[in-house]
Design a protein around this ligand. Sequence first.
Ligand code: FES
Length: 113
Amino acid sequence: MSEFVPVARVDDVPPGEVKVVHARDKSLALGHCEDDTWGAIDNVCTHDGGVLGEGELEDCLVECPRHGARFDLLTGEVRALPAVFPVNAYPVRIRDGVVEVDVGVPTKPLEIG
Ligand code: FES
């Protein structure tokens, strides 16, 4: 069931940036792509626990600040090693200048390594 919760204001995350936000008990990497698409993924790199929300965003890919693995902001799939396991992705919507993330979607436990 959908469970959208507010996590930031649109102005808090300029296009091309990713930041750490919190929704319920989840820490998330919220990104705003250059084409104005928004997405959110788990804030943990599955290679060795890097903080994805402190990384870089380019072409809707989040680059881990530790060893450079890349994750698709919209699907959570791995797009560049050294990570091999995906993270969960969460739907994002904008309401009245507020960014909301759906934390009600089914998720899988993360595999690290
Ligand atoms: S912890 Fe993210 S690439 Fe190593």
